[in-house]
Design a protein around this ligand. Structure first.
Ligand SMILES: Cc1ncc(COP(=O)(O)O)c(C=O)c1O
Length: 379
């Protein structure tokens, strides 16, 4: 199956009971047994649920993986990956990453003796100098949030393989429509499925996808042991969202390009961060590993004024000022006071998250309306 077909049919079968085309919402916590252990493959819904299983197969299919695991949030999925580690282990991570991930690494796991190195990975060779005998995981976000840096997954995977280190890629921004990290050599793909996979801003959910059966078993053990699973109703909504991922992404990319170009030519704008520009430092890598450039972009205004940036996001009408991204509706965000508020100012500014930075999640509305909204807000 090709990608567009996989979003609709990948890993799916009609329900064996009545042939329902969409998987029923198996709203049950437990399953009848005829004799102890005499069941039809399901014992308890923390461990397995038919609706969640249908979704996990869909996750695996769209990422070209063998095993998919669904969690109650993206953070729960990341948490599960870090629980593979032991005290003393080290992680090399992108320095420009989602604030919640940074918080989990530094505020939760450092105290259990896991050491994190946050480094610029735009040049993959930079990674090798941080590798030592304790390095067990490389954590990559690409494009990064919110600076839209691009990291070469193939090169990073080669380094990870050379030293026998796991490579995990947070594929939330790109989605498998744009890039499939397992095909590029990653061991784990992670999603905040809350975003583009769900696509309608109505579900919070996380996903992990892997190929290695042993790794899948370890992750499933942690998923069941810690119990941060999603419910059947949310699994159903996620499956419904995934079915239109390819057509939504196509429009997100078209609108994203038009807005990046509009902003780049606006006299009040200092800089636009979007990997589709030839001037983007890793445009060539983006072109190689991504099918298009997505619907996420960030920009700074001239003068780098915190208050002015806040005014712009307040004046936007169609772009709703809100956390999150990846839904059909356009959203704006001010990372310094919102998603990245948990990162100290000196730290965030080192990676470009300055006071005037505004991040846009460009939706799939009519492009003329979106541009007019930006025009009136920028003044
Ligand atoms: C890139 C990225 N990774 C992970 C997360 C965390 O996912 P969730 O909010 O579903 O827990 C987010 C949330 O914004 C994100 O943007």
């Amino acid at each position: 199956m090709k990608f567009n077909t996989k979003t609709i049919h990948g890993g799916q079968e009609h329900d064996p009971a009545y042939g329902a085309v969409m998987p029923p919402i198996y709203q049950t916590s437990t399953y009848a047994q005829s004799t102890p252990g005499g069941h039809k493959g399901y014992e308890y819904s923390r461990t397995h649920n038919p609706t969640r299983n249908a979704l996990e197969k869909s996750f695996a299919s769209i990422e070209n993986g063998k095993f998919g695991l669904a969690f109650s949030s993206g953070m729960a999925a990341i948490d599960t990956v870090i629980k593979l580690l032991n005290p003393g282990d080290e992680v090399i991570s992108t320095n420009d990453l989602y604030g919640g991930t940074y918080r989990l690494f530094t505020k939760v796991y450092e105290k259990y003796g896991v050491k994190f190195h946050f480094i610029g990975m735009e040049n993959a060779n930079n990674i090798e100098s941080y590798v030592n005998d304790n390095t067990k995981l490389i954590w990559v976000e690409t494009p990064t949030n919110p600076m839209m840096n691009i990291i070469d997954i193939d090169q990073t995977a080669k380094i990870a393989k050379k030293y026998n280190i796991l490579l995990a890629v947070d594929n939330t921004f790109a989605t498998p429509y744009l890039q499939q990290p397992l095909d590029l050599g990653a061991d784990i793909v992670m999603h905040s499925a809350t975003k583009y996979l769900g696509g309608h801003s109505d579900v919070v959910m996380g996903a992990l996808i892997v190929n290695d059966p042993e790794l899948a078993e370890k992750l499933a053990f942690l998923q069941n042991s810690s119990g941060a699973v999603c419910g059947p109703q949310d699994s159903f909504l996620m499956l419904r969202g995934i079915k239109t991922l390819h057509i939504r992404m196509q429009r997100h990319c078209e609108n994203g390009k038009a807005i990046a170009e509009y902003l780049a030519n606006h006299p009040k704008i200092e800089k636009v961060y979007w990997p589709g520009f030839e001037t983007h430092p890793n445009h060539d890598i983006a072109k190689l590993q991504m099918r298009d450039f997505g619907g996420m972009l960030s920009f700074t205004s001239k003068g780098n004024n915190y208050k002015e940036a806040v005014k712009i996001v307040e004046r936007l009408k169609l772009f709703t000022l809100a956390e999150s991204l990846g839904g059909v509706e356009s959203l704006s965000g001010h990372p310094a006071s919102m998603t990245h508020a948990s990162i100290p100012k000196e730290e965030r500014e080192k990676t470009g998250v300055v006071d005037s930075l505004i991040r846009l999640s460009v939706g799939i509305e009519d492009i003329e309306d979106l541009i007019n909204d930006l025009k009136q807000a920028l003044g």
